[in-house]
Design a protein around this ligand. Structure first.
Ligand code: ZN
Length: 411
């Protein structure tokens, strides 16, 4: 540990630290029992055992952690948080026996969300999305991703991304914005998916890049989404504009999107229930993160499990996210996702916590900056009144962080 002298903004003492840093601490959480963390100018300056605390350290503010667990702020790396309306009545209709295609024919399904989102003003969209963001933040989320994709025309895609930018300005949270114009085929382009992809690439992407409204693009590569060559066109255009690549891949079938995405150095491929051996190999030979979305698996009552054991054996980082959206994962709890990932997919609680911290940071390209408690990293921290870090995945019993720090500021 580096010895430091002089003042620091904040010192947190008497905490057990789950650093989530594989090279720091001990055990699967990178633990430092009875530790302390010093923060200056929003950055972690020192951490270690309380007994090794430099005497010369003079904090402006001191927090006694009372034996609680200090963990990295949580990171939700895949959400569709901004949309109009909700689909509660469809949920009811489905349980009353109506088929998904009947519902879609009557104007339901994804198009009902697209229509509701198109109808909202920017302010209405922000107001409807605010409770969802606040719910995530109440659980200690300090970074999240928000995708567009419920506009499917330039005007509304811009409105969604501007709403995300506005929310980031209003709340102490980091929001990574992803353009998902290739989410579904809008009715205006029925039967002309190639024409729509051209519009995405030539009319939408350059405007979004120009306004700096997104750092990445995403495509829904699936039998009911876009095919491999359409997906590749979006990737090529995005790369030419300097944007990162993400993919909704292998959710309902093996479309081999993972192999394509890794060839474009994707940040992450998300869902992966139908990931093949070749897909696992492609991930193994890349820096791409495998993001698992147990909420959608659960809500759609899927039975095909993602190949977690193979991903684990190959050392592929597994992130976890809410996939928060009105149709297939209407959940605002990353902790519920941690629990589902353990019960449904067989992750361990420490894998689940790594999935919403270190690995989800990597899925957003922020892994040199946040997602671990480490010297030089952003002081995005949560303090939990629990007796073990496993409680985050194991016990959904009302605990919230007693303290959340975002860039060193108490939220
Ligand atoms: Zn999604």
């Amino acid at each position: 540990m580096t010895k430091i002298t002089g003042p620091c903004d904040l010192l947190i003492t008497h905490v057990h630290i789950a650093t989530m840093d594989p090279s720091g601490g001990t055990g699967s959480y990178g633990e430092i029992p009875d530790g302390a963390v010093a923060i200056d100018q929003g950055v972690i300056q020192w951490l270690g055992a309380l007994t090794e605390l430099p005497i010369s350290l003079q904090p402006k503010t001191l927090i006694h952690g009372q034996g609680q667990w200090l963990m990295p702020g949580l990171i939700d790396c895949h959400t569709h948080l901004i949309y109009g309306g909700n689909r509660a009545t469809e949920f009811e209709q489905r349980l009353e026996g109506k088929s998904y295609s009947d519902i879609a024919r009557e104007g339901g399904g994804i198009m009902s969300t697209v229509n509701a989102t198109r109808r909202c003003s920017l302010d209405e969209l922000i107001e409807q999305s605010r409770p969802r963001l606040e719910a995530l933040l109440s659980e200690g989320v300090t970074t999240l991703e928000i995708k567009s994709g419920y506009g499917l025309n330039l005007e509304t895609e811009l409105k969604i991304l501007r709403a995300a930018r506005e929310l980031e300005q209003q709340y102490p949270v980091r929001i990574e914005k992803t353009f998902l114009g290739a989410h579904a085929l809008p009715p205006e382009f029925a039967g002309q998916p190639d024409r729509y992809i051209e519009v995405v690439c030539e009319d939408m992407l350059p405007v979004i890049a120009e306004e700096g409204l997104a750092t990445a693009v995403d495509v829904f590569c699936e039998t009911i989404g876009f095919n491999l060559s359409q997906t590749e066109k979006v990737f090529q255009r995005a790369q030419s504009l300097g944007l990162g690549i993400k993919l909704h891949g292998e959710q309902l079938s093996d479309s081999q999107g993972t192999q394509l995405a890794t060839a474009y150095d994707a940040l992450s491929v998300d869902h992966l229930e139908y990931l093949s051996e070749e897909g696992v190999k492609a991930l193994e030979n890349s820096a791409t993160v495998a993001t698992l979305l147990p909420g959608a698996f659960y809500f759609l009552k899927e039975s095909q499990l993602p190949p977690v054991e193979k991903l684990r054996a190959s050392g592929i980082p597994m992130a976890l996210a809410t996939d928060l959206n009105p149709g297939t994962s209407p959940f605002t709890s990353l902790r519920l996702m941690m629990n589902m990932a353990c019960t449904l997919f067989g992750l361990t609680p420490s894998e689940a916590l790594a999935g919403v911290t270190r690995h989800s940071a990597r899925a957003l390209g922020l892994h040199h900056h946040t997602g671990m408690i480490k010297t030089g990293y952003a002081a995005d921290l949560t303090l939990w009144p629990v007796n073990s870090p496993a409680a985050l995945a194991a016990c959904l019993t009302g605990e919230h962080p007693s303290l959340t720090l975002y860039n060193g500021e108490v939220r």
